[in-house]
Ligand binder design. Structure first.
Ligand SMILES: NC(=O)c1ccc[n+]([C@@H]2O[C@H](COP(=O)([O-])OP(=O)(O)OC[C@H]3O[C@@H](n4cnc5c(N)ncnc54)[C@H](O)[C@@H]3O)[C@@H](O)[C@H]2O)c1
Length: 240
């Protein structure tokens, strides 16, 4: 069940985002409770963490006080999944995705959108005006790994208990991503013009401790920054 209004759009319309993000989850939890769905997947996010959370190697269990509407809705969703699991035995699996990167869909209104937009602009204009500051490090993941993780967590007959698992792959700043793109497109330049999205990014982790996912169901990322850049450029038909 993937439906959501993402972080940036949610800040523009908090009540609508709350209504959509929560009601879509309740609909599906109720179906699972009634036996129509055997095993449910629900996507949470690194947005559950907030300004007081440790930023490096953010632990599974830590200070979790989100400061965005989106983060509040994802944390509430985690807790409702836990409630339905404990109270009604609903088999629900959940991951806290980092920023997801893919060339197959355009960005959906999230704080990590720049890491996708930059590729379109690098190919089209050889330049990009970034809405985050140069050194804002965020945890990210290439979509193939996110899909593998989503399939992976659904496989075991059972897991120790309901948890929305931390999941990491790699982290980078806009500057580091721009340098990696420059290695393939030497003329590429980047400028920085941070907007309100910087305020959201500032509250999120820089890297994630995902050892629990690794231990409990064998999570292991396969795609790193360099490979992700190659795959993105090739996927968008740039000859590297
Ligand atoms: N993209 C990321 O970096 C990221 C990171 C962490 C978590 N997530 C979570 O993963 C899930 C998928 O994210 P995404 O990036 O594919 O987002 P997206 O915006 O591309 O997709 C959201 C989906 O929800 C659907 N939707 C929105 N409003 C709807 C409505 N009223 N009725 C029916 N469908 C509706 C949209 O059509 C879309 O298919 C979301 O729950 C999101 O919160 C995404």
């Amino acid at each position: 069940m993937m439906v959501a209004i993402l972080s940036v759009i949610a800040e523009q319309n908090p009540l609508k985002a709350w209504e959509l993000n929560m009601n879509s989850l309740f609909n599906i939890l109720e179906l699972a409770k009634s036996g129509y769905i055997k095993r449910l997947f629900w996507p949470s996010s690194i947005a559950v963490f907030g300004p007081d959370t440790p930023k490096e190697m953010t632990p599974q269990d830590t200070v979790i006080k989100p400061s965005t509407v989106y983060g509040i809705s994802k944390l509430a969703g985690e807790n409702w999944c836990s409630y339905y699991s404990n109270k009604y035995g609903v088999d629900v699996r959940s991951i806290r995705y980092p920023g997801l990167i893919s060339y197959k869909t355009t960005p959906g209104g999230g704080t990590t959108d720049y890491a996708v937009e930059i590729f379109y602009e690098a190919i089209k204009r050889k330049s990009y005006n970034c809405f985050l500051e140069k050194d804002t490090v965020l945890p990210m993941m290439y979509m193939d790994d996110a899909i593998n993780a989503t399939i992976g967590i659904m496989q075991p007959e059972s897991l120790p208990s309901y948890i929305s698992y931390n999941l990491g792959a790699f982290s980078f700043s806009p500057h580091e991503l721009a340098e990696a793109i420059k290695n393939k497109i030497p003329e590429f330049t980047i400028s920085y013009n941070p907007d309100a999205r910087q305020e959201i990014a500032r509250t999120w982790p820089q890297s994630i401790d995902d050892s629990m996912a690794r231990n409990d169901w064998g999570w292991e990322p396969t795609v790193g920054l360099e490979e992700m850049v190659d795959v993105m450029l090739q996927g968008l038909h740039y000859n590297i």
